[in-house]
Write a protein that binds this ligand. Structure first.
Ligand code: AGP
Length: 606
């Protein structure tokens, strides 16, 4: 979604802001802009890419303070005028904003009645005029910003500069992330650490309601009542190299290929071969508390939710605790019953997905115990949870989630092992799962070696108008994630169904023009799955089977055979060929693989 970058220090701000905006491109945007302070505010903004903005910024735009933005249109179409920053009428104040101001229409009408002329259709412009109106009477830009924010209903991450105070930037957060970057006699701020890591790895995350004043020599943070807050900087272990394509054609292929390493990182230091348990110190729960839960409820959005379905299955199988997953975006709106003996688990790669964050906050308000399975260290969801596990998968840049999905499923296997071993999972089964987990990185390498075959299959099936994905029990979330990957990056319509449900309706869709990707592991449901394949073939449907053995050509046109692990862990491996299938279908169809249309990497709005 929208991105923010801010700089104050001794260097030329322009190149730093442009480089930061380029790092944020992966989040999805339609226009970009910068403003630099140097004897007045110098602004350029364009509809289009950051490269177009860089070409439009004149060399004479020099200055050591500035803010920049990539916009994802909400109020008003993508255009040069609607792009951020937005200036006050006297061009003294400049604002960039992520989020949505819900009472913008009402505020705009009041300001217009007072004679303010608006240039854009955005909700953000309201803020620049509101700040400009009080900045004359207040002692500081910080106070003017705080007063303006008091009138706002909605979510925001903002950065503000004042032409008459050329040494400071004010940033604030409510529901939309802002991270400060601490440099040597320079300060940065951004909506995402990816924009900062080239310059510093010392960061501070703002909490909702907090505001910060940045000057070259440091920063101060304040709560909404103007009380100064104390913040401990965090060191991020991601560096700029993580944000390069590393020689791959797309970030997506790089991230799929990294999975042997990223899975190894998720497992590192967490498996105990003596007692066949998982060490998960970050859960902050002793054995007695861990035993006290009678249910597990998992929440997340999109692919995170599908990995949660794999997680629920693992917890039921290994720990024998009833578990289910639900989209966080639904959970938060249905006034959920929060029970003291339920363990809640929130999943998020970014740690900033607004729906998931809001669901966690609702749970906390009602006294729920919430663990987070999160990739981004120090992110809002991680901070909000009572404990949890970090994935350590490194930054995921491509909009479509792959390595975070896989590492989340692995993290659930660790959690299920942990919950199981404090209950009834035997040492022998614990050992079996530990050994299975250790085999995963090598087995993922074997699957990645199938890429030429999968590429050929992707070319064969990519021109289908629609595809069906089916799986039973453990295979069903794999099918759902496979369909999600295909539709989001190739725009080919795909539906996922439990294989058992086909004959209750969707079988009517099956015919030569609608191929089926069938997830067929070698488990107790193998025969049932093979029967389903027969039913599809009998209706003239083509079948691409993903499983542990090749099928009779009467049942499947094509087979992708993946290595077998322990039955409970097989879904983790079965998902990987589907990532490659979607990737190569998207490339064959010449899609914008890393930045699919209409999507953003982290959805920080409702
Ligand atoms: C994944 O391919 C999607 N782009 C999307 O469904 C994503 O998983 C979802 O928005 C949740 O994001 P999060 O993990 O950062 O919370």
């Amino acid at each position: 979604m929208c991105g923010i970058v801010a700089y104050v220090g001794p260097k030329d701000a322009g190149p730093i802001l442009l480089e930061g905006l380029q790092r944020l491109e992966y989040r999805g945007y339609d226009s970009a802009g910068v403003v630099i302070s140097n004897k007045g505010l110098k602004m350029r903004k364009v509809k289009g890419r950051v490269a177009d903005l860089a070409a439009a910024v004149p060399a004479r735009f020099k200055g050591t303070l500035g803010i920049g933005h990539t916009r994802w249109a909400t109020h008003g179409a993508p255009s040069d005028v609607n792009a951020h920053p937005h200036l006050s009428a006297d061009e003294r104040i400049a604002v960039v904003h992520n989020g949505i101001i819900e009472n913008a229409d009402e505020l705009r009408a009041k300001l217009e009645a007072d004679g303010v002329v608006f240039l854009s259709e955005t909700d953000t412009e309201v803020l620049s005029h509101l700040i400009a109106r009080t900045v004359e009477e207040t002692e500081s830009l910080e106070e003017a910003v705080r007063l303006a924010l008091k009138r706002i209903v909605g979510t925001y991450g903002i950065a503000v500069i004042d032409a008459q105070r050329p040494g400071e930037v004010v940033v604030a957060r409510n529901g939309s992330p802002i991270v400060l970057g601490i440099g040597e006699k320079e300060m940065f701020a951004a909506s995402d650490v990816s924009a900062l890591v080239r310059y510093t790895r010392q960061v501070v995350h703002l909490e909702d309601g907090e505001l910060a004043v940045l000057k070259a020599d440091g920063f101060h943070t304040f709560a909404s009542d103007a009380r100064e807050t104390a913040k401990e900087p965090l060191t991020v272990d991601w560096d700029a190299g993580h944000y390069d394509t590393g020689g791959y054609e797309h970030y997506l292929l790089k991230e799929i290929s990294e999975q042997p390493d990223t899975v190894a990182r998720t497992l590192r230091g967490r498996l105990d071969d003596r007692f066949h348990i998982a060490h998960l110190g970050g859960l902050n729960m002793d054995a007695r508390e861990t035993r006290s839960f009678r249910r597990v409820k998992i929440i997340g959005c999109g692919s995170a939710y599908y990995s949660g379905q794999i997680g629920a299955q693992l917890i039921e199988e290994l720990a024998r605790i009833p578990a289910d997953a639900e989209p966080a975006s639904e959970f938060r709106y249905r006034s959920p019953v929060v029970e003291p003996d339920t363990l809640y688990v929130a999943i998020s790669q970014s740690g900033e997905t607004y729906d998931t964050l809001a669901a966690v906050q609702e749970l906390k308000r009602k006294g729920g115990r919430v663990l987070g399975i999160v990739n981004t260290v120090g992110s809002a969801i991680a901070r909000e949870c009572d404990g949890g596990l970090y994935l350590h998968a490194g930054p995921e840049v491509s909009v479509a989630s792959t390595k975070a999905f896989t590492s989340t499923a692995v993290a659930f296997a660790l959690l299920a092992l942990h919950l199981g071993r404090v209950r009834d999972l035997s040492p022998a089964d614990g050992r079996r799962i530990c050994e299975g987990l250790r085999r995963l990185p090598e087995q993922i390498k074997e699957i990645l070696a199938l890429e030429p075959q999968i590429k050929e299959l992707a070319h064969k099936y990519a021109d289908s108008p629609s595809m069906m994905f089916v799986g039973r029990v453990r295979g069903y979330p794999v099918a759902r994630e496979g369909a999600q990957k295909l539709k989001e990056i190739s725009y080919v319509h795909a539906e996922a169904y439990p294989a058992s449900e086909l004959k209750h309706g969707p079988l009517a869709l099956i015919g030569p023009e609608m191929p089926t990707v069938a997830i067929v592991p070698d488990d107790e449901l193998l025969d049932k799955n093979l029967t389903t394949l027969g039913e599809i073939r009998a209706r003239g449907g083509r079948v691409l089977m993903v499983g542990h053995r090749t099928a009779d050509p009467k049942l499947a046109d094509d087979c992708v055979v993946v290595p077998k692990n322990e039955t409970e862990l097989d879904p983790i491996l079965l998902s990987i060929p589907l990532q490659l299938l979607a990737y190569h279908a998207a490339v064959a169809l010449e899609r914008d693989v890393d930045k699919p249309r209409n999507l953003a990497k982290s959805v920080t709005v409702e």
